[in-house]
Ligand binder design. Structure first.
Ligand code: NI
Length: 167
């Protein structure tokens, strides 16, 4: 197990579109385990492979209080979106920034699990939000891109400044 470094916005690598996973290998299972460990340590409720600079369609999510409900999604695909929900989102790649984003309230998602089996899941509320947020990462999109240009510019300069000061 290993903690993986998380890319921070506005790192251009966060805009990479991830490629489908062709096969569930021991290496992929190891990456998923390392991503889960990294997510729990951060702490966060979701992490996409894109955020650890691995550009394949893999994400881990655990929204439970007890941190004992880990979901791993390989090649996730949203089959259905219904309703609307506004929620204040944050992101491990955009530390310290929280803002409201509108997403579908209810979704049905299809994905492959770590055993290589296809499954479908119905999700509502926070779970639905989290899945949509993480799939956006796989498509090279960070949640701040839903905000106004002005806010995006402010966030970029704030995080760039923090990164320079941390060097
Ligand atoms: Ni995120």
């Amino acid at each position: 197990m290993a903690l993986l470094p998380i890319l921070h916005y506005p790192d251009p690598r966060l805009h990479t579109v991830a490629k489908p996973v062709a096969e569930v290998t021991p290496e992929l299972r190891q990456l998923a385990a390392d991503m889960a460990e990294t997510m729990y340590a951060a702490p966060g409720i979701g992490l996409a492979a894109t955020q650890v600079d691995r550009h394949i369609r893999l994400l881990v999510i655990d929204i439970s209080e007890e941190k004992n409900r880990l979901h791993t999604f390989i090649n996730p695909r949203i089959l259905l979106k219904e309703g609307e929900i506004v929620h204040e989102e944050g992101c491990l790649s955009v530390p310290g920034i929280y803002d409201k984003v509108t997403r579908a309230e209810h979704i049905r998602v299809q994905a492959t699990d770590l055993a290589g089996e296809t499954f479908e899941l119905e999700a509502n509320g926070l779970m639905a939000i989290c899945i949509q947020h993480e799939i956006d990462h796989l498509n090279g999109k960070v949640f701040v891109e839903y905000l106004s240009r002005l806010k995006q510019t402010r966030i970029k300069s704030k995080l760039s400044k923090q990164a320079r000061e941390a060097m």
